[in-house]
Design a protein around this ligand. Sequence first.
Ligand code: GLU
Length: 308
Amino acid sequence: MSVQETGRFAPSPSGYMHMGNLLSMLLAWLDCRAHDGRLLFRMEDLDPGRSKPRYRDALAEDLRWLGLDWDEGWPDPAYAQSNRGAFYQEAFAALERQALVYPCWCSRADRLAAASAPHADEESFDAGCPCARLSRKERAQRERSGRRPAWKLRMPDRLVTVEDAHYGLFSQNLAREAGDCILRRSDGVFAYQLAVSVDDMLMGVTRVVRGRDLLHSAPRQHWLIETLGGTPPVYCHGPLLSADDGKLSKRLGNRSTQLLRQEYRPEALIGKLAFLCGLIDREEALSARELLPAFDWSRVSRSDIPCP
Ligand code: GLU
């Protein structure tokens, strides 16, 4: 008997969705439905400063409006990351027991200053963060300062390869190319890499479909889930929509769903997204369900797509 696949929508309610988000949601829906999977909707509202109830409500309304249904999840509060701190805390403690966690007192300014060295960026600085190698005495000194540290995950000096179902093999040396990542911010908020890995693991997600901008996170998340004793999902990234001027500043590409919903019928927008990403040869209005028979990852563009 084959095991049922589980996919997910995992948007962050830090703004209204635009065409790029809608394309990722459509691909996640098509991939899951094409596999007869169970689709979850998780609200990634970890950051209390950026998550707003109006965006949260709009995300669900937009998905419904587009006809992208889900089987479990939001508005069940158990699927909001802001309510899942106990799970993140447990995983954090498990990583601590494996001596993979250390406190970091560097400020964001320290990180940026170090990043101005040639060929370094904020992440590669994290790999060489002085807090990763403090002596007992130095650590005690910092602890006495009373400043609350952030908590970081010590990445292994190891090449991790994921086989992305759309982009193929993707390898990264975690320590050297990704760098130690923040698990918990100094204000106590758990960070993205930990929360998303723990949730995908505990929710039994088997297929992660999202935009290519998160491909570089896949090896870290794969390793983190393995380290926590779980089975990593298949990752399948989709192309991004880009405007000619490099940012989605004008035109269709940057119109939020608030505006798009006034201008388009849902089927017209689904047809446009499907045409833009290569799933259909001629732009026509059709529902997500009508698009299912045409869905095939081999038709989906691997290059980013200029958005009109
Ligand atoms: N919540 C993230 C975002 O909206 C996506 C996380 C993920 O798919 O792994 O960008």
